[in-house]
Write a protein that binds this ligand. Structure first.
Ligand code: GRG
Length: 310
C-alpha cells in the first residue's frame, strides 16, 4: 500500500538516498584497491560493489546527522557496517549455509570465485570493517574521533556480529529450517532481532555515537533501529505472500518450499500488517523529540522500509 505521508512532505528522500549512497560507494571503492594478492581483493570488491540498497550505511549517516554530527564523520563507520553486511551475505550464500547461486542479481561470491576464496573474502571484509572503523589515516585529517568514542563504537559493532547478534540469528534460523512444525513467534522474533535487526541497530547506534549523541539520544535511536529491523523482516514476509508467484525470486520461492516460518503463516496477513503498522509507529515515536528537519531522513527511512515493494 502507498505511504500517504510521503507525497505531501517536502523532504526529497530519493535525492537524499541517492546522494548518501553515492558517498558511501565512493568510499567503499577507495577502501579496497586491487593490490597483491589480487584475487582476494577482486572477490571482496565483486561482492561489496555489486549494488545493494545501502540501507545500513545510510542509516549510520542519518543517525550521525540527527544528533548534530556530519556526513564525513560517519563515512568510516558507514563503510564498516556495509562491509559486515556484505561478508554476512557472502557466508550466508555458501553451500554449507543457504547455498544460493545468485546475490544482488549476479552470481554469488563462491559461484564467481570458488568456495575457499569466498570464505576468505568474507573473513577479510570482517577484518577490514574494524580497521576502517578505527584507523582513520586514509580519511581527511578533519575527521578526528576521540579514542573513547571509537572504543565504544568498536564494542557495539563486535557485539552485533557474534553470539549476541548475526551468528546467533543465523544458527537458530538454520536449526529452524526444514522442521515439520512451524517455529513459535518468540523464536521467529529472536531470529529476526539477531539476524537482521542487530546490524541495523549497530549501524544507527555507531552513527549516533560518532556524531556525539548523548546517552539518551543513543538509546532512543537504538529503540528506533530495533523496531525498523523487525519491521524489515515482517514486511519481507508480507511481500513473499502478496507478490504473485511469477514475481517471486528464487530465494523467496525456495523459502516457501522449505517450510520457512513467516509472520503471515503464524499470525495471518491482516495481523501481520497490523504488527508492521505498530512497529512503524513505535519507530517514529522514538524520533519525535528530535528537531523535525534533522529527523526527516530517519522518518523517511522507516517509511521506506515499511512501504517498499521488494
Ligand atoms: C558476521 C561473522 C559473521 C557471520 C555471519 C551468515 C551469517 C553469519 C549471518 C547471515 C546474516 C544474514 C544473511 C541476514 C539477512 C539480512 C538481510 C535482511 C539481508 C538483505 O538485506 P538488504 O535487503 O540487501 O538490505 P542489499 O543487497 O540491498 O544490501
Amino acid at each position: 500500500k502507498a505511504d500517504p505521508s510521503v507525497a505531501t512532505t517536502e523532504f526529497d528522500f530519493k535525492g537524499f538516498l541517492l546522494k548518501k549512497a553515492e558517498s558511501v560507494n565512493r568510499a567503499l571503492d577507495l577502501a579496497i584497491p586491487v593490490i597483491h594478492p589480487k584475487r582476494i581483493h577482486e572477490a571482496m570488491r565483486y561482492s561489496l560493489l555489486a549494488g545493494g540498497k545501502r540501507i545500513r550505511p545510510v542509516l549510520c549517516i542519518a543517525a550521525c546527522e540527527i544528533v548534530g554530527g556530519d556526513e564525513a564523520q560517519a563515512i568510516p563507520p558507514a563503510c564498516a557496517v556495509e562491509m559486515i553486511h556484505t561478508m554476512s551475505l557472502i557466508h550466508d550464500d555458501l553451500p554449507c549455509m543457504d547455498d544460493d547461486d545468485l546475490r544482488r542479481g549476479m552470481p554469488s561470491c563462491h559461484r564467481a570465485y570458488g568456495e575457499s576464496v569466498a570464505v576468505l573474502a568474507g573473513d577479510a571484509l570482517l577484518a577490514l570493517a574494524f580497521q576502517h572503523l578505527v584507523d582513520l589515516r586514509n580519511y581527511p585529517s578533519s575527521i578526528a574521533i576521540p579514542p573513547a568514542i571509537l572504543v565504544r563504537a568498536t564494542a557495539e559493532l563486535a557485539r552485533c556480529i557474534g553470539t549476541e547478534g548475526l551468528v546467533a540469528g543465523q544458527l537458530l534460523d538454520m536449526e529452524s529450517t526444514g522442521l515439520e512444525d512451524p517455529v513459535d513467534i518468540d523464536r521467529l522474533e529472536f531470529i529476526h532481532l539477531h539476524k537482521t535487526a542487530a546490524l541495523l541497530e549497530a549501524s544507527v547506534v555507531i552513527g549516533a555515537v560518532v556524531g556525539g549523541g548523548s546517552d539518551s539520544e543513543v538509546e532512543r535511536l537504538r529503540r528506533y533501529a530495533r523496531c525498523i529491523g523487525l519491521l524489515f523482516q515482517v514486511v519481507d514476509d508480507i511481500l513473499d505472500v502478496t507478490k504473485s508467484s511469477q514475481e517471486l525470486g528464487k530465494t523467496a520461492a525456495k523459502d516457501l518450499a522449505s517450510n520457512k516460518t513467516t509472520y503471515p503463516k503464524l499470525l495471518g496477513l491482516e495481523k501481520s500488517r497490523e504488527f508492521a503498522d505498530e512497529l512503524l509507529r513505535d519507530a517514529k515515536s522514538q524520533i519525535e523529540g528530535f528537531d523535525s528537519l534533522k529527523a526527516a531522513p530517519l522518518l523517511h527511512l522507516a517509511n521506506y522500509i515499511a512501504y517498499r515493494q521488494n
